[in-house]
Design a protein around this ligand. Structure first.
Ligand SMILES: [Zn+2]
Length: 286
């Protein structure tokens, strides 16, 4: 008769799936707060043997790994524990105690990969749909290094509008895209940016860029007094932008903004029309 469960290299394997062996889990849960850097490294090594069973391991362990940064392998110096790092150490243990039962991968049923990225770590779970519910097959997590952090697309999904986080080096470009479209005022530029992107502490910077915009300066209208235009279409500012990346043969845009209502229209134009106008009125004449 076959056994209904076996222990194998630190794992308990049953018909439903696999999980960390209870004795091993027990030993880790009883692990005392490591006093030296070397002890902490040993603890993280032990717990990471079961990393694929742990949800959000990268996030939970991030501060603990931070303590090992730049330290020698057998460092005997004391760990400078804080309330936060102590809490993370305890959470590592409770997460292991609650470690998920991982199903065996099966073919022919739906799979899903859910990923959650924080600024410093990416945690994900691979699941399969069995017996009316999603069951985890494995957890993957990774702490990001500085270069990876800069390249990570981090999005805010707390509202119905998904807004990507914009790293500092792309902010000027993003400002130009949004403000340069039809040169709205400072407030409106900030509003449009924050509706589409997450850029912490950026209001002041955007305000300065908008205030020093040459185009805005040239056709300055006092935005703080009551509009001196009585009605729609009294004054319409027009601008011409491009070349832009081609979309359905259109590479240029004619923008019009009504000063009274602030209504904006953008008309896409093909490069051919713009080219002809430029050729006839510039190249042929000069
Ligand atoms: Zn401007």
């Amino acid at each position: 008769m076959g056994a209904d469960r076996i222990e194998y290299l630190g794992f308990l394997i049953t018909a439903e799936g696999s999980r960390p062996l209870p004795e091993k889990v027990e030993a880790i849960i009883n692990y005392k707060l490591p006093s030296t850097i070397h002890d902490l490294r040993t603890f993280l090594g032990l717990i990471n043997f079961y990393r694929s069973y742990l949800k959000d391991a990268a996030k939970t362990q991030a501060l603990l790994h931070e303590l090992l940064k730049g330290k020698k392998k057998k460092e005997r110096r004391k760990v400078p524990w804080t309330d936060d790092t102590r809490r993370n150490f305890e959470k590592c243990k409770t997460d292991l105690a609650e470690a998920a039962l991982l199903s065996f991968p099966r073919t022919g049923i739906p799979l899903s990969l859910c990923t959650d990225a924080l600024y410093f770590a990416v945690d994900s779970v691979l699941q399969q749909f069995e017996n009316d519910g999603w069951k985890p097959i494995a957890f993957y997590s990774k702490k990001l290094n500085d270069t990876q952090r800069r390249k990570t697309l981090w999005c805010d999904i707390s509202t119905s509008k998904i807004r990507p986080y914009t790293p500092e080096e792309f902010r000027m470009q993003m400002f130009r895209q949004i403000h340069g479209f039809c040169h709205p005022g400072v407030k409106s530029t900030i509003k449009q940016i924050t509706e589409k992107f997450i850029c912490p502490d950026m209001k002041k910077q955007v305000g300065e860029w908008a205030k020093t915009c040459m185009r805005c300066e040239k056709c300055k209208v006092n935005r703080h007094t009551k509009s001196k235009f009585d009605g729609r279409s009294d004054v319409v500012h027009m601008d011409f932008i491009g070349p832009l990346p081609s979309s359905e043969g259109m590479e240029y845009c004619l923008t019009s903004i009504d000063r009274y209502s602030s209504w904006i229209e953008a008309v896409p134009l093909p490069a051919e029309i713009v080219g002809k106008a430029f050729y006839n009125n510039w190249i042929c004449r000069f």
